[in-house]
Design a protein around this ligand. Structure first.
Ligand code: GLN
Length: 192
């Protein structure tokens, strides 16, 4: 049986990722408290939600530093929306840095009020066109060295990869297309 995937479950849209994993036949483990980190998992999903709330909870629960170490040591991560904000090394419109493991600069709530939420379809590296749902989404403003750009929407960077970290502005868990999760699951079982 495939190893479990951990889903950060302190706040936000984690249920949708769990449902997606369930549909793909993959067991998941909710990370709610520090002791959950002692259980075995092969990859980590950081869901959408409110990044400031998630970051503070991670800090208060004593999970931020141990998870950062795991990510630095090569734990595969799929981060959506607020999760991308948590991974970013820099935020251009917020003073916080949470994990700070992904060498990119991210802009929070980047599409403004009018375009706060929208749905589109765009080319994704290696997958072809994929549906993309954006909800008060961030985008990547600049990438550091070694960061691969996986998708852009109207000249904004909405998906990146660096090592085993994948960061997305949008919410693949909200669409019926499974390819992004499937790709991530392959990465979780690939030898380092
Ligand atoms: N706007 C949220 C933030 O800045 C992210 C939105 C989302 O995760 N859907 O944290």
């Amino acid at each position: 049986m495939m190893n479990r995937i951990a889903v950060l479950a302190v706040q936000g849209a984690f249920i949708e990722h769990e449902k997606k994993l369930d549909r793909l036949g993959v067991p998941c483990l909710e990370l709610r408290q520090r002791s959950d980190l002692n259980r075995d998992f092969a990859g980590l999903i950081l869901p959408g939600g409110e990044s400031t709330v998630q970051g503070k909870l991670l800090q208060d629960l004593g999970m931020l530093n141990p998870l950062r170490e795991r990510i630095r040591s090569g734990l595969p991560v799929l981060a959506t929306c607020a999760g991308l904000i948590l991974l970013a090394e820099h935020l251009c419109n917020d003073e916080h840095v949470w994990f700070g493991t992904l060498p990119v600069t991210v802009r929070r709530n980047a599409y403004g009020r009018q375009l706060g939420s929208f749905h589109t379809e765009a080319q994704f590296a290696g997958l072809g066109r994929v549906p993309m749902t954006f909800i008060r989404a961030p985008y990547v403003e600049t990438v550091g060295s070694g960061v691969e750009i996986l998708a852009t929407v109207e000249d904004t960077i909405v998906a990146v990869r660096s090592g085993r970290q994948t960061g997305l502005s949008f919410h693949p868990e909200l669409d019926s297309d499974n390819r992004i999760h499937e790709c991530f699951l392959r990465e979780c079982t690939a030898p380092v």
